[in-house]
Ligand binder design. Structure first.
Ligand code: AMP
Length: 572
């Protein structure tokens, strides 16, 4: 059945938009005591008509499912908040999770938020050192994890983590000592009733370490007011409608998996599917089919993996419930958008944001024509622009089509409030009223934004500034190319030469003839100045856990330089 989009016309809607008006879609704590993410996500629904609706459904590794209604979640998160109270936690104290996508992760996230403590999720696959870095830099007081992870990765760190007061084990039947405790036991002893303390919308809520594609991870701190952006983007970008079934494939160890894999769907009162397993093409299609998913939010890395397979989803699976497919995290090449059209009968809608912005800032909307390869237009209520930025100057570029730094006018509700322990670095992200995203982009005459690249990844070759994305997009259009990453390699003559690393589709042989063919294709598309001068075939591209290509690592390896922080590297 056709469902009208919540945002029917971008221009009209934007003209009438105000955050104050949208705020009325949230409830606020009883007795006007402020705004709390946990309350908006769970309690307000549990206290109303959605009480018995499924809030979360976990698809277990063996495909069996477990459901929790909004009321179930209310009781569980209340218990968890009471556990924290019993342990003496105060407002603002930090609770970390180090778990797979199991119910305890979701309960501890929302329970921590209700306690008005700060939640920080860690990727389950981190080794001891990245865990140590984040626990110590984030001043973790409580860590929720499993016995296995504790034994393998945490116990050895305890001497170096004097501030870590409690470790709550999700699968231990008994407490080991005062510090290492059984979460099931504590939960059992805790009351299912909890009153959220009076809270301010500016109270800290979430700590996210950025995925660090270009440097060391930084801890971006967000406040409860961010829930307004979670709500608005859920409603107008993800286009949530009552009764929707939604699946976000991201892990909560990455900001997308928390914001859009936990908070936004629940704030909007839909059913949120969680898959406990990692990527598997047939499993993904089965989940879309069996769970009757309406809205699917994923990332280019997953889409490219699906594109490589010889599976015809619409012929082999029943996907008639699917209404909307979205992508985030990396540039979505035009190829992938078009593949979506051909394969599913609808494009993937790309949207852009980053850890620091706390929510989607630029998006393609259901009602707006898609321009494949574009990130879309700014979220109503968000002012974006392209600017020329140097160390001592800042100028907005008003003429369309000009390359420059993507900047956002400060003041949107989910803007990060600091980098933990690094206020100086935070201040450096702003020029007056404008936040510098660190990305380069351009805006066309109709207001669509086009991603060029991370400022740090830009290649300067023979006087041209080349964004890796345009070169990678052109390479991806060659029938043999599954994935590509492009770097600049120092060259005495032309500054930097463009070098491409190419992953081939399964049926192609990596030989010189193919290399020449891909080079010729790239030269035709891009011209000789921009086309790669060197192409190397590679089995897989180094990526972060959240699926972003680590171009800086390819470059470091190419040049024999130190590899830098690899804590977020996905080990394949
Ligand atoms: P993170 O904070 O780790 O999620 O990374 C944010 C960065 O990912 C952005 O600054 C962009 O460089 C990149 N990114 C996210 N979404 C997109 C997108 N739709 N298109 C291009 N790049 C994106």
């Amino acid at each position: 059945m056709a469902v009208a989009p919540n945002l029917e016309d971008y221009a009209t809607f934007s003209a009438g938009f105000s955050w104050e008006k949208e705020r009325t879609g949230l409830t606020g704590l009883p007795n006007g005591q402020g705004l709390n993410i946990g309350f908006e996500a769970i309690d307000r629904h549990a206290n109303g008509p959605l009480r018995d609706q499924t809030a979360l459904r976990w698809v277990k590794k063996d495909h069996s499912t477990m459901d929790c209604s909004y009321q179930d979640m209310k009781e569980l998160t209340n218990r968890f908040a009471n556990v924290l109270t019993a342990l003496g936690l105060q407002k603002g104290d930090r609770v970390f999770s180090f778990l797979g996508r199991v119910p305890e992760l979701y309960v501890s996230a929302l329970g921590t938020l209700k306690k008005v403590a700060v939640f920080c999720p860690l990727f389950n696959v981190f080794g001891p050192e990245p865990v140590f870095q984040r626990l110590s830099r984030g001043d973790a007081l409580v860590l929720v994890t499993t016995q296995d992870q504790f034994e393998k990765k945490i116990r050895q760190l305890l001497d170096r983590l004097p501030q870590l007061r409690y470790i709550l084990l999700t699968d231990a039947a008994a407490h080991e000592n005062d510090q290492v405790r059984s979460l099931p036991r504590l939960m059992e002893e805790a009351s299912p009733e909890f009153n959220i303390p009076p809270a301010d919308a500016e109270d800290p809520a979430l700590l996210h370490f950025t995925s660090g594609t270009t440097g060391l991870p930084k801890g971006a701190l967000h406040v409860h007011k961010a829930v307004l952006v979670h709500y608005v983007t859920g409603k107008y970008v993800l286009d949530f409608h009552p009764g929707d079934i939604y699946w976000c494939t991201a892990d909560p160890g990455w900001v997308t998996g928390t914001t859009y894999g936990i908070i936004a769907p629940l704030v909007n009162g839909v059913t949120n599917i969680v898959d406990e397993k990692e990527f598997d093409a047939t499993r993904w299609y089965s989940i879309l089919q069996d769970q009757k998913v309406n809205i699917w939010y994923t990332a280019p890395t997953g889409i490219r993996r699906l594109m490589r397979m010889n599976i015809k989803p619409r012929e082999e699976y029943h996907l008639e419930h699917l209404r909307l497919m979205l992508s985030v995290g990396e540039p979505l090449h035009a190829e992938a958008v078009i593949w979506g059209e051909k394969t599913f009968g609808m494009p993937f809608l790309d949207n852009w944001w980053q850890t620091e912005t706390g929510g989607i800032m630029i998006a393609n909307y259901r009602s707006m024509p898609v321009r494949p390869g574009s990130m879309g237009k700014p979220l109503p209520g968000v002012e974006a622009a392209v600017a020329q930025v140097t160390d001592d100057s800042f100028q907005l570029l008003t003429e369309p089509g000009k390359d420059g730094h993507l900047v956002l006018k400060r003041g949107w509700p989910s803007m990060f409030r600091t980098y933990l322990h690094d206020e100086e670095r935070y201040q450096k992200c702003f020029r007056g009223d404008w936040y510098l995203t660190g990305d380069l982009a351009k805006k066309d005459a109709d207001g669509y934004y086009w991603f060029i690249g991370r400022a740090d990844d830009i290649i300067k070759t023979s006087g041209h500034m080349v964004g890796p994305f345009e070169v990678e997009s052109a390479l991806m259009e060659h029938p043999a190319v599954a994935e590509a990453a492009v770097i600049g390699k120092p060259d005495a003559l032309i500054g930097e030469l463009v070098k491409a690393f190419v992953v081939l589709k399964p049926d192609y042989t990596p030989d010189d003839a193919l290399k020449m063919d891909i080079t010729a294709h790239a030269r035709r598309k891009l011209g000789p100045a921009v086309a790669p001068k060197e192409i190397a075939f590679i089995d897989t591209l180094p990526k972060t856990r959240s699926g972003k290509i680590l171009r800086r690592l390819l470059k470091a390896r190419e040049l024999g330089l130190p590899e830098g922080d690899l804590s977020t590297l996905e080990q394949s």
